[in-house]
Structure formats: structure tokens, C-alpha cells
Design a protein around this ligand. Structure first.
Ligand code: FNR
Length: 183
């Protein structure tokens, strides 16, 4: 069984990106599973807090990512970049730096996302690349899932209601999992 951990970078209750992540759980190929990791309890990074000990929510998430075969980042886009909430989580997961290789080293990472705008998180997805490179992760670039016009595709609860987008998601996940299983 290939196991992925997925993180949505939004704390919003009816988040489109969290809805995309839930849909991804449903659209995983046979022989693979996607577990949703929680970012809700991760505090703002503060070196003084770190000096007192890595917070429990961060330790839990680090161990979950370390144990997984791959990581799926479902990113919103703010001002053409990575939302601070999401970057903060990955920054915490990179602490202490001596542990980066255990969490991210060679880890297959896929980046997808959705926004109500026309460009569907294209800029935010690109902004993740230097971060993943720094962490020496294995960013999967064999597929791309940019979901624009989210308001028309998700229902009032933030669930993905569009069949064509589900088909694109299924194709992306099949390619990502096949990459992981090959390597
Ligand atoms: C946005 N939004 C946005 N959308 C986009 O496609 N490109 C952008 O640059 C921005 N910039 C931006 C800045 C800020 C501060 C906010 C709050 C929002 C809109 C954003 O995509 C929208 O709020 C989504 O609904 C956020 O994702 P979730 O929370 O639905 O997952």
C-alpha cells in the first residue's frame, strides 16, 4: 500500500482547497491511500517557542510525513504567492534543520491547488518550487493540477461537485502514485 499525506493550506471552514483534498482522498488509485494531516494546531513559528521544545502538533505532523511515501500540498494562493499560514507549517516541519532529511529528503511531493480566480494557484504552485528544492524534496512535475473558477466547481460546503475536475484530479493522482511506486 502506498501511503500519502495531504495538507491543505487553508484554515477556512468551507475552504475550496480543503474540499479538493477531500476529493483527492476519494479519487486515489487502487493500492494507495491518502491521509489528511491537520495544520489547525500548528502555532506561528517563533524561535523562542522552538527553544522550549517542538510543539506536539508539529511533532505529530513531522512523524506522519516522515512515515508516508509521499506528500501532497494543496495550496491556496494569496497575492500570487504562498499563504503565510501554509508556509509557516512547512517552516515548522523543517525544524530542527538536522531533521530535514528525515522529513523531506527525497520525499515525493506533489503540489496542486484551486482558487476562484482565472489562474487557479499557478503562481503559488510555482512559488513552492524553491522551498521544496531547499528541503531537497523530490517535487513531482510529471503532472499539473491548476483548478480555476472554484466558486463554480465546489458546493456550499466546499465539496468538489464537478465531474470533469474530479477526472483531472484522478489522472494527476494516478500519475503521482505511479511515480512514487517506480522510484
Ligand atoms: C486571495 N485570493 C487570491 N486568489 C488568486 O487566485 N490569486 C491571488 O493572488 C489571490 N490573492 C489573495 C490574497 C488574499 C489576502 C486573500 C485572502 C485571498 C483569493 C483566494 O484564492 C480565495 O480566498 C480562496 O478561496 C482561498 O482558498 P480557500 O481558503 O478557499 O482554500
Amino acid at each position: 500500500m502506498t501511503i500519502l499525506v495531504g495538507l491543505s493550506g487553508s484554515l477556512r471552514h468551507h475552504s475550496f482547497n480543503s474540499g479538493l483534498l477531500r476529493a483527492a482522498v476519494e479519487e486515489m488509485p487502487d493500492g494507495a491511500r491518502l491521509d489528511i494531516g491537520s495544520i489547525a494546531d500548528v502555532p506561528l513559528y517563533n524561535g523562542d517557542v522552538e527553544a522550549e521544545g517542538i510543539p506536539a502538533a508539529v511533532i505529530r505532523l513531522k512523524d506522519q510525513v516522515a512515515a508516508a511515501d509521499g506528500l501532497l500540498l494543496v495550496t491556496p494562493e494569496y497575492n500570487n504567492g504562498i499563504p503565510g499560514v501554509f508556509k509557516n507549517v512547512i517552516d515548522w516541519l523543517s525544524r530542527p534543520s538536522s531533521d530535514i532529511a528525515r522529513i523531506f529528503g527525497g520525499k515525493a511531493v506533489g503540489v496542486i491547488g484551486t482558487s476562484p480566480g482565472r489562474f487557479g494557484t499557478l503562481s503559488a504552485q510555482t512559488a513552492w518550487l524553491p522551498v521544496l528544492r531547499t528541503l531537497e524534496a523530490d517535487h513531482w512535475s510529471g503532472g499539473r493540477l491548476v483548478v480555476s473558477d472554484a466558486s463554480a466547481l465546489f458546493d456550499g460546503s466546499g465539496d468538489l461537485a464537478d465531474g470533469a475536475t474530479r477526472a483531472r484530479l484522478r489522472k494527476y493522482l494516478a500519475g503521482f502514485v505511479a511515480h512514487i511506486q517506480r522510484t
